[in-house]
Design a protein around this ligand. Structure first.
Ligand code: SF4
Length: 71
């Protein structure tokens, strides 16, 4: 329950979406960033492979978040 991803403070996805009301996002944060699947996070894998973080809009499952228009 107290588990948190070691990248939480550096992760663009988390920073950008931590206070979102999107249920999908909340679910990812719960499952990955603060849950059992953190070691499966594609963002983490990307960072390890490339030495730099992916787009903030890449989700922990590797898919891209589709930004909603602001109107
Ligand atoms: S998205 Fe992945 S790398 Fe970022 S905080 Fe969550 S589990 Fe960690």
């Amino acid at each position: 329950m107290d588990k948190e991803c070691e990248l939480l403070s550096k992760c663009g996805f988390f920073k950008k979406y931590q206070s979102t009301k999107e249920l999908a996002c909340k679910g990812f944060i719960k499952q990955y960033c603060k849950g059992d699947k953190m070691n499966e996070c594609k963002r983490m894998q990307y960072r390890k492979e490339h030495g730099s973080p992916p787009s903030d809009d890449m989700m922990p499952n590797g898919a891209m978040m589709i930004a909603k228009s602001a109107d």
